[in-house]
Design a protein around this ligand. Structure first.
Ligand SMILES: Cc1ncc(COP(=O)(O)O)c(C=O)c1O
Length: 404
């Protein structure tokens, strides 16, 4: 029998399965109310239009739709994205866009392009677990975006709008300050805009890329790369995302994309180009109303059912609420108990930290449950946490003592 573990590349030491993902596989049971899956509500997929457009595209241009195509992506789709980025304050053209297999691939290609072993990635605490997964294969070290930025840091990664996992949005001042710091430390700024189109409250803030272009005069002299996706607005199964940035960077990403998977599915790009051309903004309005309603239900339920000492964020968009429990709670242990005792699920917060995890945190997603289920799920969770706060004062203290 081959000892495979001795044969893998050194970088594989940094690539690990998430225990949480393993646990979440158990959640496909109908009686579990799950706040765990951070995925779009399938009821909002424009499924009928997509079905019709596959038919149209294959009937009208089947030979093209089923053929190989260019690595940078379909020109019509790149033009549409460039126009939208331009309208949102980052003037650019299709040469500034590469289409990727979701924004997840964008993160991987960016890691491949910029990171050598030991390079420092500066990230929020907590941050998107999937970004850490993408970067880890390039063996970086991590530093906290809110702390001292070490000399030699290469790249800052963040989700400025309705972040996964916290639901937090950067204010205008925080955005400007971030650009100041990126400039001072000469960092590449990777802006993950995965949820940006899902704002349901508060005034829109400019993207970091738009602010950067306003400062530097042109996208070609910007230091920011905007990663976008159609996963949260159309369908994640299309696997369509993009990077918008200076041509010098886009050209290199295209080369890497070529070596990786040649290009994103031609037919999917053709269908997406048609879907977005026919009333994308109207579709976004419906999506925003939908998630506004669910977020409202979540906030009301948390206020109603959570015991004293528990705090949570109030998102202006996206799909997530971040919950902080009293010190001594452990999210992973709480999940085990939540599944066994209350049939309710969430994602423990610890894996979202690149370093020094804070175990007394959880991520709740309100994207998949209706308002009544949200209320019932939070009621169960509140009962579980409240029981532990009340009778387990000693329990909490014991965990804290063990950790200390
Ligand atoms: C912040 C963030 N970035 C990127 C992604 C990747 O999404 P996709 O590759 O489907 O665009 C996700 C998915 O959950 C996400 O939450």
């Amino acid at each position: 029998m081959t000892a495979w573990n001795d044969r893998f590349a050194e970088r594989m030491a940094h690539v690990r399965a998430s225990e949480i993902r393993e646990l979440l596989k158990l959640l496909d049971q109908p009686d579990i109310l799950s706040f765990a899956g951070g995925i779009p509500d399938p009821a909002m997929f424009p499924a009928e239009r997509i079905q019709a457009l596959y038919g149209e595209v294959l009937a009208e241009s089947g030979a093209q739709a089923l053929q190989y195509s260019v690595s940078e992506g379909l020109p019509a789709l790149r033009r549409w994205i460039a126009e939208r980025m331009t309208a949102a304050g980052a003037p650019c053209d299709e040469g500034n866009i590469v289409i990727t297999a979701g924004s997840q691939q964008a993160l991987d290609l960016i890691g491949k392009l910029f990171l050598d072993r030991g390079d420092v990635v500066v990230a929020e605490r907590p941050t998107y677990m999937g970004a850490l997964g993408a970067f880890n294969a390039y063996e970086p070290a991590y530093a906290d975006l809110d702390g001292e930025i070490p000399a030699g840091a290469r790249l800052a990664y963040l989700v400025p709008d309705f972040a996964n996992p916290t639901g937090r949005t950067l204010t205008r001042r925080e955005r400007e300050r971030l650009l100041d710091r990126a400039q001072a430390h000469d960092l590449v700024l990777v802006e993950d805009g995965a949820y940006r189109e899902l704002r349901f409250a508060g005034p829109e803030e400019p993207s970091l890329l738009a602010l950067d272009v306003a400062r530097s005069g042109s996208i070609e002299s910007a230091r920011s790369l905007f990663c976008g996706t159609f996963s949260k607005t159309l369908s994640p199964a299309l696997r369509l995302g993009w990077v918008c940035g200076p041509r010098a960077v886009i050209d290199k990403l295209v080369l890497l994309k070529q070596g990786c998977d040649l290009h994103v599915s031609t037919v999917n790009q053709m269908v997406a180009a048609r879907v977005v051309a026919e009333g994308y903004d109207l579709h976004l309005e419906r999506l925003r109303a939908h998630y506004r309603n669910r977020s409202g239900a979540m906030q009301a339920a948390l206020a109603r059912h959570m015991p004293m000492g528990v705090t949570w964020t109030k998102p202006q968009g996206g799909m997530f609420v971040w919950v902080e429990l009293p010190e001594g709670f452990d999210g992973a242990a709480l999940l085990q108990a939540a599944l066994a005792e209350e049939r309710v699920a969430f994602v423990p917060g610890a894996p979202f930290f690149a370093t020094d995890p804070r175990p007394n945190t959880l991520r709740l997603s309100y994207s998949l449950l209706g308002p009544d289920d949200i209320d019932e799920g939070v009621r169960r969770l509140g009962r579980l946490i409240g029981g532990r706060v009340a009778c387990g004062g000693s329990n909490v203290a014991r965990v804290a003592a063990v950790r200390a």
